[in-house]
Ligand binder design. Structure first.
Ligand SMILES: [Zn+2]
Length: 312
């Protein structure tokens, strides 16, 4: 009898143990659901992913995030501030789909404004893939390329995907939330080469600025200086992947960038030019290269500029 009583006691002890574990699991699950609900309601998931390094700081209205993406021998930069997004050049479609990955990772399903400097494939070809993951509201192109056969398929794909197509030249300022993107070149008269007809623009927010030069050469640089264009900036996207066709001495002195980004990959043209890199450094710029540093991410705010690279 004593044996049976003991076994009943052990049984009920085991049952209490099981019940206790089940209760603890329910309490933990409820706490996790409640915590998740609070985080969701406070819209704090982005901050958590950002702190963990999974996402960029794209929704903060007090920070402009500029992501120069490692797109190989090509150009592509995504600007984000307060939930608004601008794309400056789209990169090539040769398999280095860094822009599509970046947009997906950060949940960017809408690009408010996309600017293609010109229709060389290393600046525009990937747009056909980008519009599959992110709707482009406005696509701004240089008026020098209106009707160009080179851009025909890109333009018709974007139009079919619902983008408004706009052709513009220097003198216009495009407002996007707290960002202003001012078009600086070409000033009207077209140049003889597609590279020189690159739509040069300057993005400003929080008193900081980034100058995008496409593939423009020294002739354009001289014209910008002669026209008294506001080219002084904090961050320079170095022209033409660091080619010696651009980034002349006087231009770099006038631009006086703190940071110079060379968007470059494997190539047969000897890019970037050592002379250009040395010139940038001699003017005090910290030179960053997408082929060596991977994606280069700047954050600009009233507090200053921070930069990091993912070496991807
Ligand atoms: Zn190029």
């Amino acid at each position: 009898m004593a044996g049976a009583a003991k076994s009943r006691e052990t049984e009920s002890g085991a049952m209490r143990g099981k019940r206790g574990k089940r209760l603890a699991a329910v309490v933990i699950a409820a706490a996790l659901v409640a915590a998740s609900l609070v985080i969701t309601l406070c819209g704090a998931w982005d901050n958590i992913f950002y702190a963990l390094g999974y996402k960029e700081n794209i929704n903060d209205g007090n920070t402009l995030t500029a992501a120069f993406l490692n797109v190989g021998a090509a150009d592509c930069c995504v600007l984000s501030c307060g939930g608004k997004t601008a794309l400056i050049d789209a990169g090539d479609n040769l398999g280095k789909d860094s822009c599509v990955k970046y947009l997906r990772k950060n949940g960017i399903e809408k690009i408010d404004l996309a600017i293609l400097s010109h229709f060389d494939s290393d600046h525009c070809a990937e747009l056909e893939n980008i519009i599959k993951v992110s709707k482009i509201k406005r696509l701004v192109l240089c008026s020098a390329f209106k009707g160009s056969a080179d851009g025909e398929s890109i333009v018709s794909s974007a139009r079919a995907a619902g983008s408004d197509i706009e052709y513009k030249s220097a003198g216009e300022a495009l407002e996007l939330g707290k960002m202003t993107i001012t078009l600086l070149s070409p000033t009207g008269d077209e140049y003889g080469s597609d590279n020189d007809n690159s739509l040069v623009c300057k993005a400003c927010a929080f008193g900081k600025s980034i100058l995008f030069t496409g593939d423009a050469g020294e002739g354009v640089e001289r014209d910008l200086i002669a026209a008294g264009a506001d080219i002084d900036c904090d961050i320079l996207k170095v022209a033409h992947h660091g080619s010696k066709t651009g980034s002349g001495e006087e231009f770099i002195a006038s631009v006086s960038p703190k940071y110079a980004v060379v968007s470059v990959g494997e190539n047969n043209y000897g890019l970037p030019s050592n002379r250009v890199i040395k010139r940038l450094e001699s003017h005090g710029a910290l030179v960053l290269r997408t082929d060596k540093n991977g994606n280069i991410i700047f954050e600009l705010s009233d507090k200053g500029i921070s930069v990091r690279a993912d070496y991807g």
